[in-house]
Design a protein. Sequence first.
Length: 207
Amino acid sequence: LEEQENEFVDQATASRTVSELQIEIDMLKELEALAQQVIRSGTDRKWDEVSKILSESQLVRDANGNWRKLIIFTEHRDTLNYLQTRIATLLGRPESVVVIHGGSARDSRKDAENRFLNDPDVKVLLATDAAGEGVNLQRAHLMINYDLPWNPNRIEQRFGRIHRIGQTEVCHLWNLVAKDTREGDVYTQLLHKLEDARTALQGKVFD
């Protein structure tokens, strides 16, 4: 399904004429140049926030200073690969990070899940929404959404991997959102909808 979605997106265009297509191509070239500029700058605000959480947050270590298990969700596999490299470098132990994505074979996915749940040396699970439904990751109670899905129900599905019946710890979720972007607009709209629901239900909304 992921491959089919990518193929569809690659073929998609809103242009109906050759001139419109040329305008679209020119816009894409500008965006590509801007993206290359960002890459060359070496600046990644979201990674800065993740590294702060991993390095400075008291929540990620227990009373003895040991790392607690943490799940990081992202929408895209290339972002997942990028984070895997950066987190493994930060922790100094590549084996501390396991991944689950849509292209993972069933056995590989099960192995990553089992290692995350049972191996004390595995601290971080990186996942796309392939791990967002039907998987019990209750061994952890900390989660980061590196980027957000367009459908708010999928945020709930992600959080439901750890925030479920039988969880004994308070669960914490960080949503990393870039303001002044489509992602920021979606998150703002989600908050507005929650407030509308809260008003309609006279405050009886689980936060």
